[in-house]
Design a protein around this ligand. Sequence first.
Ligand code: ADP
Length: 737
Amino acid sequence: MSSEQLSYPEKIDIRNCEKEPIHLIGKAQAHGVILAVDPKTFKIIQASENTLKFFGISHKVLLNDGLESLIGKAAFEKITTAIDQKTGFKAEELKIGNKHFIVLPHFSEDHLILDFEVLGEYWEPMFLQQQLTNIINGLDSNETIPNLCNTAAKLMKSIFGYDRVMVYRFDEEWNGEVVAEEKEEHLESWLDLHYPASDIPSQSRNLFLKHKVRIISDVNYEPVPISPYLSQITKKPLDLSKSTLRGVSPIHIEYLQNMKVGASLTAAIIVHGKLWGLIACHHYSAKFINYFQRETCKFLAQVFSNNIASIQTGIFNKKFSENSELRAKILADLKIENTLGEGLENAKIPFISLMENGGGAVVLDDEIKLFGKTPTEAEVKDLSDFLAENEEIIFYTKHLKNHFSAAENYKKSASGILSFKLGRANNNFIIWFRPEVAETVSWGGNPNKKLTYNEEKQRLSPRKSFEKWTEKLDGISNSWQDYDIETAKAFRENLNQCILKKQKEEISRLNQNLQEANKDLELFSYGISHDLRSPLRGINGYAQILKEDFSENLPAEALETIDTILKSSNRMEGIIDDILSFSKITGGELQKKNFSTKKLLQELLVSFNIKTNYPNFNIEIAENLPDTYGDRPMISQLWSNLLGNALKYTQQAPYPQIEIGSFSRENKNVFYIKDNGIGIAEHQKDQIFKMFSRFAKKDFKGTGIGLAIVARILEKHNGKIWVESEPEKGSTFFFHL
Ligand code: ADP
């Protein structure tokens, strides 16, 4: 109902009939009086125009009168106390003039609304007690829902005496079916008849959900206007949704008149918070049952609802636990070495046995496996494309062709489907199919002629005929039950876990393979470098002999060639040394300890023999260098490579200068080594840490492995290295561990 709807519209047409504002009808039924009172002043501000008939006072006289003067001090005080103490209202009996009433107060928006009904037939407490006992005993003794419904219909008929009592059950689409009936003999039976959802539109269903029992005491009543029509508080018609005397929708009245019904009583059957059905009572003349009787009817509907809930829960638990056992067996068969599709295909118990009748399909990455009675593979492929577009993870329907028209072609095998998406991918599904049921359904009147526009009445009219109208079910399967859906959900969870487990195992297997391959590679590179050394020494040794012992006999060209052999073999030895130390680092375990950085650097300077080899260098090492916590031989290698580079690439500077220092940043000691050498171009800064990347000119010897070793050592220590540099000005390498 739109909140903008302020009053009952002049005209209800096809477009707005679902929105008919039945709570704003602005009229009362004729079997009582509605008064609206301003709760601040307790003055009567609106009244149904039938007060004269009931109270002997015209509504015009009542308007603006105090409520107390009408209902008397005692009743008035009960109402004001209930308001002050917020205890909620009780139905009160009272006398106005010489008539006995029951008054039912409630708040609606900013009004206090009072429904006055005549007290009516009085039930002795003993009799009432007996009725309640009958209700409980009668309903409790049923083990199936059909039996329960029959008993409820019988009890209703015997207690309230309506001509026809029906238990009306809603399906998933809110169509109704009469599942139990108790009637006067001369009436034709409506048992098993179906009624379209539009017969009880959603706004009526919502009101039933809230107010549970509704009485229309005289279908042919003259609706009583509320005067004035608009409330002076809200400037709108009264919202009478909670009023028991609320006038009835003209469409519904005509509907009942077309059925020749004179009075009705309807009680809601609410199971797990949802409207399950209605107990609909028809009388073929006017009939009023009073408040206390209606309370008994509410009680009956409540016990009935509870019994349905408990039977349904029992069925659910039984089916679900049977299915759980089946699921466990199917899952036990899903061997880890098989793919899921193969697993489900080879399982001793096919997964389709989780649901009653029909077939199934497993769609995994465009591979389709079919089980039992199903559409063709191509049709299932099409269907899974449709399902992939659907946002829902679990999709089920008993009327597939309503959602997907191509399903018309295979309705025999798959009028109903229940499917779920597997894992995160959008194209993996498990699907169950249910065949078309070859049944007919009998409607109470042709459901396709729901409403017509009535020119004379200027509004919609319900269908005139309620003659039995049979229809062959087309493309409809048996319904999917709550336990089917829950089983599907649980199975999905199971399979997803299975997939996850498989993926985890696959990842750890790959990881293991990778580690082994890595180890092999390290061993291989270590082995090969090691094995190359002795032949290389041979080449170097013999070239040396050639040069030293036979130089006089050799032409100058041959001597030059020997020199090239020597240079090349020396270079190769350098490369082998570097590869060996790289493999040692990659394979070796860290042995961390605390040591003096300064001492390590001094040792290095000695090993580089700086004074002799680099006499023109100015090397400054900061006094207060912090200690290092790490693998000493590796860190020594790291400094040696950085220092070696700094010396190498600064050699040609007029005043070569190297500075080693440290500072602290974000709780870490950052070390740096700065030179004023050739520098590094911006685009090479990231490349230089990769294996075999060299950028310096040919006259700088090297292998391109040194910084890769540095980077690897830092990686092993979870440290980081970066460089700041400007070509021709110098470079600074920073690192922390
Ligand atoms: P190598 O020095 O054996 O060529 P490295 O891996 O140690 O190999 O260094 C890779 C490249 O980084 C060098 O070829 C050089 O271009 C550059 N580089 C490294 N350190 C410096 C530095 N201090 N000054 C200028 N360039 C440097």
